[in-house]
Design a protein around this ligand. Structure first.
Ligand code: C2O
Ligand code: CU
Ligand code: CU
Length: 430
């Protein structure tokens, strides 16, 4: 902590190695360690500063996914940190409690950098959420669940056969928080899982092996208005969901990803991993469980606009590899928005490959999916939304950060192979 109360975090980007399976060393990258990064945590109203040191052999960046902050601090492709250099962004946290994350964003190299292990969670709290009866003991009954798919060739994490690479890399198995075959013993009746799809391309449809239902309490940008009963939650790369699951003494259940639909054709589905069934995390309940208070019936008030005060509508057509037929150019700003105004963005996946859509700096409300009310799991603050083949989503967002005509924010497909190919654009707030 600095004299003015600023919370300071140190992150060193470093290379290392890890034995994912006994006796086999794999080259990895991490923050403050061999692989992945620490969970950072701050409270609404906090001033934060992160001192980033890049000890890798190449330049990279650190982007705060989901964070509302000045464009210069965003860690996008314009805030490169050279090998050997340091970068110290600072901002004031001004958004609701949420499970955010951080990862590199060097243009054309993001997929590799994330795959090698540069990713971590950034949790935000606020006064209202601190008072809710939700499981909140970090690592005890409130667990980060960062899901990534991997295939090892023995030595490298970014192993890729490069064959039929339409959506990007699809690993053969998953790891949670960097661990293969993960299990967790829990000793509370209610356990909160902060699910983060930190994979580069894979879409998961999470649920439990015994098909039990669970309660979804938060989307990307924070708590839902009310708890939502679900038995599946689909997350595309970059998306988060917080779920609360009820356990019985001594039982075991497994969080899995199930085959799911929403693809253009059976062929596309197969190619994009839609037929895959994957084990994610086993939960093992202790023989006696601490009783948990009942979940609250109201959670939060959404702060995302509802579209009624949008000053303009814009169209974004997703076609490989660009957006509206144009590929990302570092020196071209694609659009300018006015500070303090809300806009409606219509995003259409114009072909058969799955995509999603992520906007920096803001949280948005999904107004419509194909002209209809969005499914309940999308009725919260979002910064990334799945856009299935031949699907249109309508999003409302407000740009209320500081104006800066010289520093663009990004919007892009978060299937990182597509992002790297140029399915990304830039906007400035003036
Ligand atoms: Cu999670 Cu522009 O990224
Ligand atoms: Cu982002
Ligand atoms: Cu895409």
């Amino acid at each position: 902590v600095e004299a003015d109360g600023t919370k300071v975090f140190d992150l060193t980007m470093q290379s290392g190695q890890k034995e994912f399976t006994a006796g086999k060393k794999t080259r990895t990258w991490g923050f403050n360690g061999d692989h992945l990064g620490p969970t950072l945590r701050a409270q609404r109203g906090d001033k934060v500063k992160v001192r980033i040191r890049n000890t890798l052999g190449e330049a990279s960046t650190v982007h705060w996914h989901g964070m509302h902050l000045p464009a210069k601090m965003d860690g996008g492709p314009h805030q490169m940190v050279a090998s050997g250099a340091t970068w110290s962004p600072r901002w004031t946290v001004d958004q609701p409690a949420a499970s955010l994350w951080y990862h590199p964003h060097p243009h054309g190299r993001t997929e590799k950098h994330v795959q090698r292990g540069l990713a971590g969670m950034f949790l935000l709290d606020d006064d209202a959420s601190n008072r809710l009866a939700l499981p909140r003991e970090y690592g005890i009954n409130d667990l980060p669940v960062m899901v990534q798919d991997v295939t090892f060739d023995g030595a490298e994490l970014d192993f890729d056969r490069g064959f039929l690479r339409d959506t990007g890399f699809l690993g053969e198995r998953t790891m949670v928080n960097g661990t293969l075959n993960p299990y967790r013993t829990v000793s509370d009746e209610l356990v909160r899982l902060r699910l983060l799809n930190a994979s580069t391309a894979r879409i998961y449809d999470f649920g439990f092996s015994d098909d039990r239902s669970f309660t979804m309490v938060a989307t990307d940008g924070g708590l839902l208005e009310k708890p939502l009963r679900q038995d599946r939650v689909k997350l595309s790369p970059g998306e988060r969901a917080e779920i609360v699951v009820r356990m019985k003494p001594g039982e075991r259940t497994e969080l899995r990803s199930f085959p799911h639909g929403g693809y253009g054709s059976a062929w596309e589905k197969r190619l994009a991993g839609g037929d895959d069934s994957l084990s994610v995390l086993q939960l093992r309940a202790a023989n006696t469980l601490r009783p948990s208070p009942a979940l609250p019936s109201e959670l939060a008030t959404l702060e995302v606009p509802d579209g009624s005060d949008s000053v303009r509508e814009r169209y974004f057509g997703l076609t490989t590899p660009g957006i509206n037929g144009r590929e990302m150019k570092m020196d071209r700003v694609d659009l300018t928005v006015t500070r303090g105004t809300a806009e409606t963005w219509v995003v259409r996946n114009e072909h058969g490959t799955p995509h999603n859509f992520h906007v920096h700096d803001v949280q948005f409300r999904v107004l419509e999916v194909n002209g209809k009310e969005p499914p309940p799991q999308l009725r919260g603050a979002k910064d990334t939304v799945y856009v299935a083949p031949n699907t249109t989503v309508k999003l409302a967002m407000r740009f209320d950060g500081p104006a800066d005509p010289n520093s663009p924010y990004m919007y892009h497909c978060h299937l990182l192979y597509h992002e790297d190919l140029g399915m990304m654009g830039q906007f400035v707030v003036v």
